[in-house]
Design a protein around this ligand. Structure first.
Ligand code: G6P
Length: 366
């Protein structure tokens, strides 16, 4: 299989820019666009009877699963247990009757994820996997393989596979919510309609390039960077920190905004940029108060938000303006600026963006 970079300098840039198209393809596979309803494949168990969802994955795929925990618990009202596969495989978690186990993997070959899948299978869970490589081992060993239609991902740092994983997981959350009667038909239509608007919003985000160049210039000088988010933006903060570490080698940490005062606030000074993932949702005010704690200590804030900067109650060093959207789809959109920040910072520093040192695209050893 031959994939080239087209007119892009790196595969990563190409893959970031493919997102409107591949997210759209992926969504079309799980939604009925005409009626704005979910059209989810049969998982071989009654979704209304699921007692618990257990999600396991590694790396970026794990953060997609963590977003799904927020979605499934909030909209479907089903408890979700999630862990990185390397922990889940050995902690001998008791698994319930009528449990659904979900595995998320771009390659479908990650050793720890596969081992956890086998554990869950041996413990009588229904196995659904969200995979990008349809012929992979994880896909083959699952009761239901739910493809992401991202196309081949070459850059070691995952981008388009992540937003496609989120797309499938969002549809799964709606499908479970619908089956359990946890949402009304009107709510289903509203959630699906919001999802169908994601590709158009991502395309708009991708058109604003300049802000990322100036943010990257600042970040390239930093030794440490902190990412904060709350609710479903917390996994996006974690993913942002992972992306930056992976390709720019700058130390970065993602933190739940509310945990700031339990430790990382000790690190804040004018040399530590703080990237805040803050859609104007029902938790926005809480995040704003964390932001002010950062500002009061001289931290440089890079705000990613749809809210006007005045609402943040401080003057951010940079403000990445996001579109106004239903907060359900925020993780899908806010994933994009954090990819662009990492990408442009790495380019600025001059690292090998597509093949960062010490990392592999697929980890088939323990
Ligand atoms: C490696 C890759 C990551 C990926 C992780 C899980 O660490 O570098 O980009 O998120 O493995 O891989 P998977 O193929 O299971 O999604």
């Amino acid at each position: 299989l031959l994939v080239d970079k087209g007119n892009y300098r790196h595969f990563m840039a190409k893959e970031i820019n493919e997102q409107p198209e591949v997210v759209s393809h992926t969504l079309a596979n799980y939604l009925d666009m005409a009626t704005a309803q979910v059209r989810f494949p049969d998982l071989g168990l009654d979704l209304a009877q699921i007692s618990r969802v257990t999600i396991s994955a590694c790396g970026t795929a794990y953060y997609a699963g963590l977003v799904a925990k927020y979605w499934i618990e909030r909209y479907a009202r089903v408890p979700v247990d999630i862990d990185v596969a390397s922990e889940m495989r050995y902690r001998e978690a008791p698994l319930p009757e009528n449990g659904l186990a979900v595995f998320v993997s771009q390659s479908g070959e990650t050793a720890d994820t596969l081992a956890t899948l086998r554990y869950c299978k041996a413990n009588k869970q229904r196995i659904a996997s969200i995979v990008n490589v349809r012929t992979s081992t994880i896909a083959r060993e699952s009761d239901a393989a739910l493809p992401t239609l991202a196309g081949p991902e070459i850059g070691v740092a995952s981008t388009k596979a992540f937003t496609c994983q989120l797309s499938v997981l969002a549809c799964l959350a709606i499908a479970i919510a619908k089956a359990r009667g946890a949402i009304t038909k009107e709510q289903e239509i509203a959630l699906v309609t919001a999802l169908t608007e994601v590709p158009r919003h991502i395309a708009a985000i991708l058109r604003q390039d300049e802000i990322y160049l100036s943010v990257a210039q600042e970040l390239a000088k930093a030794r440490d960077v902190l990412y904060l988010g709350r609710g479903s933006s917390f996994p996006i903060a974690l993913e942002g920190a992972l992306k930056l570490k992976e390709i720019s080698y700058i130390h970065a940490e993602g933190y739940a905004a509310g945990e700031l005062k339990h430790g990382p606030i000790a690190l804040i000074d004018e040399n530590v940029p703080v990237i805040v993932v803050a859609p104007e949702d029902d938790l926005f005010e809480k995040t704003v108060s964390n932001l002010q704690e950062v500002a009061a200590r001289g931290g440089q804030i890079i705000l990613i938000s749809d809210a006007a900067p005045e609402k943040a109650g401080c003057t951010p060093a940079a403000h990445i303006q996001m579109p106004k959207i239903d907060s359900f789809i925020a993780p899908l959109l806010y994933a994009v600026p954090i990819q662009l920040i990492a990408y442009h910072t790495a380019v600025q520093i001059g690292t090998d963006v597509d093949q960062p040192r010490n990392l592999a695209k697929s980890v088939t050893v323990e």
